[in-house]
Design a binder for this molecule. Structure first.
Ligand SMILES: *Cc1c(COP(=O)(O)O)cnc(C)c1O
Ligand SMILES: [Zn+2]
Length: 385
């Protein structure tokens, strides 16, 4: 049973009912956040009872939006391990370093969490087909979960998106639309098709539930570290749902009485060739400008204007965190370092967090004794196909 109570707009403050299909706030256009009756949940839930359940993101189901278990469309996503990486840590002079390896997820990336959640909740609310613009991995995940649900999916991808993503979409029987340009161009085309097709648009933050899937990473980090949050979390930011979701999970857990008020410093990592967040952070703005000429091999980071920019910037600043960019060459070097020290095949996006940590440790922004978590958001094997 879910403690979901309503949807809240973080910008205009209005509430909306959770039990009908919503996209963004109908009043102001902001992304909506799912809210739960956490005071009831606090009475009824015991944080130490969850470990007896299977280790997937559905372990936290009372704090997730799906009301009836029968509607859950799952490939056993979530539950990715937090791996202690001392040999890598030694190279960076960060003794307490962990990598949360999201490459273990179905479809090879953490997109499975968000899409698995959005598809499940949409099925519960009666949706009969899906549409998505994507840099690559979210499209692969949507194709998989739509297949699992027995529903059609239309995926709009830049025509230079990684071949592994194009293949997985076609294999899973979804319609692949290749678009010249970037994810923002794919977004324009898919929005046009969504308007008169009756297909539900599961773009990042244009519906409230992908965020709920991604937030389970925050619950898992706290659980794995026995409810003592780390000092620093580095996140490779595309649309930013993971960072916003982890931050939301920490808030919820504090209200549940599971953790105290201390928080990690949240670091948003971007590619130097597409770094709108670094610019906005450094200039003290609360929104990003469109980053023209976005270029990076790390497809998941090629998002020139994230819809959730306000929420991301707020989380970074509230946490005393920062925004960092690294070059593609630095990512490639970090990928080799991770593999050679720890045997872990990270994706380029995940490798970017280690490259960023290298800089932050060298400048003493991260101190040698601090406990640090880098998110490896996908498997490196997908880059090799
Ligand atoms: C999508 C993606 C990201 C970025 O995630 P957001 O939630 O959009 O910030 C990072 N890494 C990989 C591998 C991705 O597929
Ligand atoms: Zn609003």
């Amino acid at each position: 049973m879910s403690f979901l109570s309503h949807l809240e707009c973080p910008e205009c403050g209005r509430n909306h009912t959770a039990d009908e299909l919503h996209t963004v706030c109908p009043v102001c256009g902001s992304p909506l956040l799912a809210r739960y009756d956490l005071s009831q949940a606090k009475i009824r839930l015991d944080r130490d009872r969850f470990q007896i359940r299977p280790n997937t993101m559905w372990r936290w189901r009372e704090l997730l939006p799906v009301r009836d278990e029968a509607h859950i469309i799952t490939l056993a996503e979530g539950g990715a391990p937090l791996i202690y990486t001392p040999r890598l840590g030694q190279q960076l002079d960060v003794r307490n370093l962990y990598i949360k390896d999201e490459g273990r997820n179905p479809t090879g990336t953490f997109k499975a969490r968000g899409i698995g959640m959005a598809v499940s909740r949409a099925v519960e609310l009666g949706v009969k087909g899906f549409i998505i613009p994507t840099a690559g991995n979210a499209g692969g995940a949507l194709a998989a979960y739509a297949a699992r649900a027995g529903l059609p999916a239309h995926v709009f991808m830049p025509k230079d998106a990684p071949p592994s993503n194009q293949n997985e979409v076609k294999l899973a029987g979804a319609y692949l639309h290749l678009v010249p340009g970037l994810i923002s161009d794919a977004g324009r085309e898919s929005a046009a098709m969504a308007k008169d097709s009756g297909l539900f648009d599961v773009s990042t933050l244009k519906e409230p539930y992908r965020l709920e899937g991604k937030k389970t990473m925050g619950y898992e980090i706290a659980f794995d570290l026995r409810w003592q949050l780390p000092d620093v979390i580095l996140y490779p930011k595309g649309g930013g749902t993971g960072l916003i979701g982890i931050w939301k999970a920490f808030d919820e857990m504090e209200q549940l009485g599971w953790i105290d008020s201390s928080r990690p410093r949240m670091v948003s990592v971007q590619a130097a060739g597409c770094a709108p967040m670094v610019k906005a952070f450094e200039e003290g703005r609360d929104r990003c400008e469109f980053f023209t000429g976005a270029r990076t091999q790390a497809a998941g980071l090629r998002v020139p204007k994230p819809l959730g920019d306000r929420l991301i910037l707020r989380a970074i600043r509230e946490s005393n965190g920062t925004a960092v960019s690294v070059t593609d060459d630095e990512m490639i070097a970090a990928r080799a370092l991770i593999a050679s020290t720890e045997g872990l095949q990270a994706c380029l996006e995940g490798s970017a967090t280690v490259a960023a940590l290298q800089k932050l440790a060298a400048s003493d922004w991260v101190e040698p004794g601090e406990r640090v978590v880098c998110l490896n958001t996908g498997t490196g094997f997908k880059d090799a196909i």
